[in-house]
Ligand binder design. Sequence first.
Ligand SMILES: O=C(O)CCC(=O)C(=O)O
Ligand SMILES: [Mn+2]
Length: 188
Amino acid sequence: MPDADIILYPSLLNESDCTHFLTELTQTVQWRQDSITIYGRSLPQPRLTAWYGDPGKSYTYSGITMHPVLWTPTLLALKAKVDAVAGVVFNSVLLNLYRDGNDSMEWHSDDEPELGLNPTIGSLSLGGTRRFLLRHRFQKELKHQLELTSGSFLIMQGTTQHYWQHQVPKTKRPVPPRINLTFRVISE
Ligand SMILES: O=C(O)CCC(=O)C(=O)O
Ligand SMILES: [Mn+2]
């Protein structure tokens, strides 16, 4: 993929770890459903979200500012694992819970100013497999898709967010719940 730097580890976590973390995070994370304003209309986001991290590492996207809940031991254990693989000390994580195929995430880039230039995003998936689509922002014919299976870990780094957008589309196939954790570095 031109203008991108993407690495996929198909199975960072084994199946029993995935089952364990999926159950625990589903039950213990402080999930919320924020509303976003699209064309002047306020609509609930089609998924549940949560923002955890170091104190003071707030994050604003689509007009929503999220203040971090402090790390739990479970999230710190997952962070230690992904830090080591990505070679980055992440200081925050956005969690998304896709309850079924009707939950989704729209086209976007992770390019908020607080992520800095050329951010490294570490994306860990648990539960149902979902399709992850990528499209080039300026060369419309350039497209790519990945299946993010349970236990997979996707790193997007370098210029990826400048040139590419990504999404998790809705699906009519029956899919089990999925949690995705995108670890990030919020700069001061
Ligand atoms: O659920 C995913 O795989 C993608 C999540 C994502 O793009 C994000 O949180 O910014
Ligand atoms: Mn994203």
